[in-house]
Write a protein that binds this ligand. Structure first.
Ligand SMILES: *Cc1c(COP(=O)(O)O)cnc(C)c1O
Length: 482
C-alpha cells in the first residue's frame, strides 16, 4: 500500500480540488468553445507512445497528462450546439453524483451491501413506472443504457411467450426506424435475422399497424410464433412515436409482448404538454428509458421497466451458494435477480441527486424547451425557399435538406447536404450530422440541450444557408437559369 501512503493522498486532494475548479469552468464556458476541437491528432500521437509503467508516477504528472491527452480535444457531446446523434444533456449535478458515488463505491447488486442506494433505486423505479402508467406489481432495474434495457426486456419477453422448443419459430416485429440495438440484442439472445420482421412505416415514420396486423396473421398461418412487437417512443432518426395504443391492443389480441423502446423519448413523460404523444405506453409490457439521454445524466444511466416485475425474476434470478448471506430483501428479490448484472454501480444515485436539485418541473421545462427549439428550427427553415422539411419537429428532432431550385438529381442533392453538414461541423460552431430518410440524405438537428438559445438556432441555420456548399449549389443554378 506504499503508493497510497499519506503523502500520496495529499497529492490527490490538491489535484482533485484543482480539477473541480477546472471542470466547473469547462461547463461554464462551454458555449464559447468549439464543439469539435481540431487539434486532436497531436494528443493521440503522444498517447500512442505511452505504456503501463512498472513503477508508479507522481499523480500531479499523471493528472496533467491525462487532462491534455485524454480529456481535452474530444468532441463535446454536452455542448449546447451539438445537434448530432442524441447530444448529452449531462448536468454538473449528475457529474457530482458520479464523483460521490465513485468515492463511496457502493455495491448496488443487492440491498445488504447498499441499503439506501437500494431504497433510492426502488423509489425511482416506482416513480418512473407511475409516469408510464404501469400498475401495481410493476418494477424494473437500472442498467447501463438503452441497448442493455432492450436486451433485458426482450429476454423476459422471450422467456414468457416462447417455450424453449418453439424458439426457432418465434417472430418479433420492428420497423425500418427501430434502433439497431434491438436487432443486436435479439441476436445475442439467440434469434436469427429472418426472425425479425421489419414492418414498414407511414409518411410520418410511424409503424404501419395494418401492415403489422397483416404480417402477424400471415406468420401465424405459416406456423410461426409471433411473440413480440417493439414500438418506438421517440425514434432516433426522427423522434417519431409509433401508434402505441393500437399496437398495444393488437399485442393483447394476439398474445404478444409489447416492448416500447423509449430510450430517447420516454423522458417526454415528464412533460404535461408532450406526454399526450406517448399515450398508450401504459399498455406495454416493458419500456426502455435512458436517463443519460434526456434527463441530464452522465453515461451510463438507464432503466428497463416492466409491467410485472415477476417477468424479470423469471429470466434473471439465480441463487448461488456464495450469495446466500447477502440476500436480504424481504421478498427475496435483489437487483441482481432482475437483470444481467451482478456487481454494478449505484446508477440511480446521480439521478436522484439531480432530481432533488432540479425538481420534476425543472425536468419538464427542459423537455418543453428542447421540443420548442426543434419547432423553432422548423419554422425558420420553412421561411427559406429551397429548404425542405423531411420530418417535422417531433420530440426535439427535425430533419431537413437543401434542395436548390432546379437540382433534381438525388445523388447530387445528397452530396450537397453531406458537404453542408461537414462544413458546419468542421467550423466548430455547431455539430450537425446527416441521416438517411426515404433514401435521401438529410440534415438532422436534435435540439434537446437545456442551454440552447433561440439565437443558437437562428445562427446555426444561417450558417448552414451561408455555407460554401449551399452557396455554390445556389450559384450554379443562377448560372444555368441565366
Ligand atoms: C440511444 C438509443 C438506444 C441505445 O441506447 P444506448 O444507451 O446508447 O445503449 C436505443 N434505442 C433508441 C431509440 C435510442 O435512441
Amino acid at each position: 500500500m506504499n503508493s497510497v501512503s499519506k503523502g500520496r493522498n495529499e497529492g490527490i486532494k490538491s489535484v482533485m480540488k484543482d480539477f473541480v475548479e477546472r471542470a466547473v469552468n469547462l461547463y461554464e464556458n462551454m458555449r464559447d468553445q468549439p464543439v469539435c476541437p481540431s487539434a486532436r491528432e497531436d494528443a493521440l500521437e503522444l498517447l500512442r507512445e505511452r505504456q503501463v509503467p512498472q513503477e508508479g508516477r507522481p499523480i500531479e504528472e499523471v493528472f496533467e497528462e491525462m487532462l491534455q491527452e485524454v480529456y481535452s480535444g474530444a468532441p463535446l457531446a454536452q455542448h449546447p450546439r451539438n445537434f448530432s446523434c442524441v447530444p448529452s444533456t449531462a448536468s454538473l449535478f449528475s457529474w457530482m453524483g458520479d464523483v460521490m458515488t465513485g468515492a463511496f463505491n457502493p455495491h448496488a447488486g443487492c440491498r445488504s451491501n447498499a441499503p439506501a442506494a437500494g431504497m433510492i433505486e426502488e423509489k425511482l423505479i416506482r416513480w418512473m413506472c407511475g409516469l408510464a402508467g404501469y400498475p401495481k406489481g410493476s418494477g424494473g432495474v437500472f442498467v447501463s443504457g438503452g441497448s442493455m434495457a432492450n436486451l433485458t426486456a426482450l429476454t423476459a419477453a422471450r422467456d414468457l411467450k416462447l417455450p424453449f422448443s418453439e424458439r426457432s419459430r418465434g417472430v418479433v416485429y420492428v420497423t425500418d426506424q427501430t434502433h439497431s440495438s434491438v436487432s443486436k440484442g435479439l441476436h445475442i439472445i439467440g434469434f436469427d435475422r429472418q426472425q425479425i420482421h421489419i414492418v414498414p412505416t407511414d409518411g410520418a415514420f410511424r409503424m404501419n399497424v395494418s401492415a403489422l396486423k397483416e404480417a402477424v396473421r400471415k406468420d401465424r398461418a405459416a406456423g410461426k410464433k409471433p411473440f413480440a412487437v417493439v414500438a418506438s417512443a421517440g425514434s432516433t432518426n426522427t423522434g417519431s412515436v409509433d401508434p402505441l395504443r393500437e399496437i398495444g391492443l393488437l399485442c393483447r389480441e394476439y398474445n404478444m409482448w409489447m416492448h416500447v423502446d423509449g430510450a430517447f423519448g420516454a423522458s417526454a413523460l415528464l412533460s404535461k404538454r408532450q406526454r399526450k404523444l406517448l399515450s398508450g405506453i401504459e399498455l406495454s409490457d416493458s419500456l426502455s428509458w435512458d436517463a443519460h439521454k434526456w434527463m441530464m445524466q452522465t453515461y451510463s444511466c438507464s432503466v428497463v421497466l416492466v409491467r410485472r416485475q415477476s417477468d424479470l425474476l423469471r429470466s434473471f434470478s439465480a441463487h448461488p451458494e456464495y450469495l446466500k448471506d447477502a440476500e436480504y430483501a424481504e421478498d427475496g428479490t435483489e437487483f441482481w435477480d432482475l437483470g444481467p448484472e451482478l456487481t454494478r454501480p449505484a446508477r440511480s444515485l446521480k439521478l436522484w441527486l439531480t432530481l432533488q436539485a432540479v425538481g420534476s418541473l425543472g425536468m419538464e421545462r427542459m423537455i418543453d424547451h428542447g421540443c420548442a427549439m426543434a419547432e423553432l428550427a422548423e419554422r425558420v427553415l420553412r421561411t427559406y425557399p429551397g429548404w425542405e422539411i423531411v420530418s417535422s419537429a417531433s420530440l426535439g428532432i427535425v430533419n431537413f435538406r437543401y434542395v436548390p431550385f432546379g437540382i433534381s438529381s438525388e445523388s447530387h442533392l445528397n452530396r450537397i447536404n453531406q458537404e453542408i453538414a461537414r462544413e458546419i461541423t468542421a467550423s466548430g460552431y455547431a455539430q450537425v450530422f446527416t441521416t438517411e430518410l426515404q433514401g435521401k440524405k438529410v440534415l438532422r438537428m436534435c435540439t434537446i440541450h437545456p442551454q440552447i438559445t433561440e439565437e443558437d438556432i437562428h445562427n446555426t441555420i444561417e450558417r448552414l444557408r451561408q455555407s460554401e456548399a449551399a452557396r455554390r449549389a445556389g450559384r450554379q443554378l443562377d448560372k444555368t437559369a441565366s
